[in-house]
Design a protein around this ligand. Structure first.
Ligand SMILES: *Cc1c(COP(=O)(O)O)cnc(C)c1O
Length: 410
């Protein structure tokens, strides 16, 4: 039975999110003034508070010039520290293990400098065959940088024939004694599969490997416990589920047991202890925290939207969001019954995203946008991705997506 529009509206009344905190773009087609937005896994919507809070930071510059470093309402020198606590809570880390800096792939490289230290007998890196291309390029270039052959050194995990997602047991089986680094996506960007992070991390350690996670599609989507799961390092971007704007400043995690250790690191003046930074000594004195992985002084106006957004996550709580996310995604999943959904059906093995395999995905996403005001994206060659975001998506959005897809396909 197809759910009715009034049924969707009733569910929204009973189980509302926080759409009022966001600017929802106007639709360019269809029967409704606003888009039904399912691309929050690609670029999250702008919180309304982002604009005014960014303008406050910008105006500190006009009012204070260089004195803003210390005298701005939110002083620039320790600005990144405002983001550390909320980011740490979001990923289940200690503040000392967490830093907001750079962009995602840059962070992966900086962390691999410390955590990919290959030897002749142990130099392989395990990734998913469906890894986001940036991750593939990053690990291949790291392998080559150390003088090894990427064709041989990079192990790409594929699902079993006829299956779409990776089984944990199959991943674990691939972790042999020649693996130096396991670097997987916490939630796969294409299939939406949520990996069993604690089990794979444990298995990687048992095999003698370092285990890092790319949390681009996991941060702000599912609850994480990086410290307790004993993850070595992780990085994530802030423009997808974290709603911090295009190219937003990313996050990085280094487990406590590596802090203060004698690891190779690429350094700059922000790697040294903030207390002695302005003594201008020729040698750095890095703190025993993730801040030691910083290099440059951070871009304040790019950090401002991250701060605003993380405050929302702090206020609402990722556990509460996840509960609504499970309900909302299950509702959309019912509406997509009959399509080839390649995302795991078990809510414990997926986040918010549902990926549909269809021919002509690119053309379909254009029609959904211009004829129905439904924003979903396509990924080559044949995948349409829908991510109902628990902060701002509604049951009515899901109903619109389900009925629009059924219409364009018939
Ligand atoms: C979005 C995404 C990236 C993007 O990398 P940037 O460095 O932020 O441009 C990288 N890896 C994964 C898995 C992603 O989903």
């Amino acid at each position: 039975m197809t759910p009715s529009e009034t049924g969707a509206l009733d569910l929204d009344a009973a189980d509302p999110g926080h759409r009022e905190l966001f600017d929802v773009p106007p639709a360019q087609g269809g029967d409704y003034p606003e888009v039904a937005y399912f691309a929050g896994n690609s670029l999250g919507l702008r919180p309304k508070a982002t604009r005014s809070e960014l303008l406050e930071d910008l105006d500190s510059w006009a009012a204070l010039g260089v004195e803003g470093h210390l005298d701005a309402a939110r002083p620039w020198l320790p600005y990144h520290e405002l983001l550390t606590g909320p980011a740490a809570r979001l990923v289940g880390a200690l503040p000392s293990e967490t830093v907001v800096m750079n962009t995602l792939t840059v962070n992966l490289h900086l962390l691999m400098v410390s955590f990919y230290r290959p030897t002749r007998s142990r130099h392989r890196i395990v990734i998913e065959d469906s890894a986001f291309p940036s991750d593939s390029y990053a690990v291949r270039s790291q392998v080559a940088f150390h003088g090894y052959d990427a064709e041989d050194a990079v192990i790409r995990l594929r699902p079993r024939p006829g299956e779409h997602s990776l089984r944990t047991a199959d991943v674990v089986e691939q972790l042999g004694g020649d693996v130096a680094l396991v670097l997987l996506g916490g939630v796969n960007y294409l299939t939406g599969e949520l990996m069993d992070i604690p089990t794979i991390t444990k298995a990687g350690h048992a095999a003698g490997a370092v285990v890092g996670w790319d949390l681009a599609h996991a941060a702000g989507n599912v609850p994480l416990a990086l410290h307790d799961w004993d993850v070595d390092f992780a990085a994530w971007c802030s423009y997808k589920y974290l709603n911090s704007g295009p190219g937003a400043i990313a996050g990085a995690f280094v487990h406590e047991r590596h802090l203060g250790a004698d690891l190779p690191r690429f350094e700059g003046w922000w790697s040294t202890d903030a207390k002695t930074r302005f003594e201008m000594t020729p040698e750095s004195r890095p703190p025993a925290s993730a801040d030691a992985w910083q290099v440059s002084n951070p871009p304040i106006f790019s950090m401002s939207p991250v701060r605003t957004s993380l405050e929302i996550f702090d206020k609402v709580g990722i556990e509460v969001l996840r509960e609504r996310s499970v309900r909302l995604t299950a509702y959309l999943s019912d509406l997509l019954d009959g399509f080839e959904v390649i995302t795991p059906a078990d809510p414990a093995r997926r986040g918010a995203q549902l990926s549909v395999r269809v021919r002509g995905a690119g053309e379909l996403s254009r029609r959904l946008r211009f004829e129905y005001g439904v924003i979903a994206d396509s990924r080559e060659p044949d995948v349409l991705r829908f991510a109902p975001v628990p902060l701002y998506s509604t049951y009515h959005d899901c109903w619109r997506a389900g009925t629009a897809l059924a219409e364009v396909m018939s």
